[in-house]
Design a protein around this ligand. Sequence first.
Ligand SMILES: [Zn+2]
Length: 648
Amino acid sequence: MILPSSIQEVNDAAKIEEVVGDFVNLKRRGANYSGLCPFHNEKSPSFNVNPARNIFKCFGCGKAGDPITFVMEHEQVSYPEAVRFLAKKYRIELKETESSDQQRQEQQAIDSLYLINQFAQEYFQTQLFDTDKGRSVGLSYFKQRGFREETIKKFGLGFAQNDMDGLLRAGKQKGYNTDQLKKLGLVTQYDRDFFRERVMFSIHNLTGKVIAFAGRIMAKDPKQPKYINSPETEIYYKSKVLYGIFFAKKAIRQFDECLLVEGYTDVISLHQSGIENVVASSGTALTPDQIRLIKRFTNNIKIIYDGDAAGIKAALRGLDLALSEDMNVRLVLLPDGEDPDSYIQKVGSEAFLTYLKEKGKDIVQFETELLLKEAGDDPTRRAGVLGQIANTISKIKNPLRRDEYVKVTRQVLGVDEGRMIFEVNKLLRRDLEKHQALEGITPPSSDDSFPTEEPGYVSNPVMAEAEMSVGDEFQEKHIAKLLILSGNEWFDQNHNITLAQYIWINIEDIIDYFDHSLYKRIVLLVIDRVNQGLDLSTHYFINHPDNEIRQFASNVMTSPYEYSENWEKKHEVFLNQLKPEENFYLDAAFSVKKLKLHKLKRVINENQSKLSSKGPIDPENENLLRLHMKLKTMHDQLARELRMVVVK
Ligand SMILES: [Zn+2]
């Protein structure tokens, strides 16, 4: 492990403009620099580097962070690898905790697994090109598929002879351990080669190392499976791998889209035709890890599908997760009887791309149409479709996107907007309550964020839509943002309290009512550090071990400053200061009061519902009434103050 003091040293030394400058041609613009973004395809520069804050931000694709983040993203390496990379650049000697003998042995064992797979790939390739059987059976199969020799070599394709133990003998000769050959699934427990008389596909990880193999049968043997695969090992987890990702990652980033196909040969065929942003999942549905892997490079997935309706429904499963990660998922059905491989060979890459563009359908819309078609005229089944689609939409985190989907699908479904919003909100509320139960937060009772009346009562759809964000997300987020950006600043002119202290004093009693665990975590983290007299620099947040906090911090630090809820416009107040961030103390005062008012309303509602459930002579009623009066007074006082702050 690298010692924190060493990481600090690297952080202090690494200058963002120098680190980025090694990869991107930067031009000075005032105090900052700009250039063409290395993470997405663009013609005019929207990639900015800010030396004062030591961060970068792309206004095109939203990527942002510090020097370490940049190296991680650009080189696709882990955190420690990025630290080592920068240490080398700045000639810093890293101090690391000694790894134990056991750790070293484990590392060596893993390294040797990679090494053996590399050997096996070379072995299979030699068999393919340099033996009679390899050429007549294996190579002719690949050539028949239209694969060129350079493609075959690039993807590490090969051939396994119908040989009892050819690979085992060659491996032993090289000095490899038989147990490890078995562990990798190359040799069976009876000391026989596992892959026999098959053409071989190497499976690479993100950095291009061979982690597993798949073999396709050549003999006509109905008793044997068409494809067999390596077993899972420490270096191969099937659910975390996408076939072709190593060769596709650059193009995926460049075109900001990932094409997803089913077969190995589809990937290779498209790649050879110049369409390189393509990968294959090894199952019908995408796994959460595979979705996250794609999301590292793009938010856009296009699934190219060549199956029947039943198969499509299987493929749709697992896509909820992609939606909840705010990814755009589109689906393209190929013409009957075609797969990507056959279709591109038939029409060529240009027509293929045009087809994808024209026929690609948004996944929610696709699902809606598919389900409606299945339901036919049966009214019960059609009602079921509404519920299913509302469920899919409720998985989307971004309220604006949810809103768009509500608009589009309710037209297809032929229901009114209020009804659709009601269904989605019901599910959102259920998810939130589930989430809160897990987090141990008291659920809001009849909170105004969620219209719980019957749809007919949603008299003002615009209002209902505006309230589709979950709970008090907006206010909570804004307070977390203020703490990160200006927590250290003095709140008052006499320098008695800082902004962080001011916020804490005012929200301490409502912190348990926070709806979002990330924002709650940030508030508690800040307070903890303030109480301990520790630093609150932006650096601290952007290097925080919690990935969510790190992401949030780099986003708020690089997005333009905005007031909570556009309160200038809303309350017709116009501020004098030139820079908006100089008004942060007004903003903070407004924001905490606003949030408090929201939470107070909730408590009042809770109390009121208790009150109405008791009879008039219930002795507890008096206490509840007293509490109600007290809360009301607090509420009115706050509302008054809020107006004062605003008009000041
Ligand atoms: Zn970009």
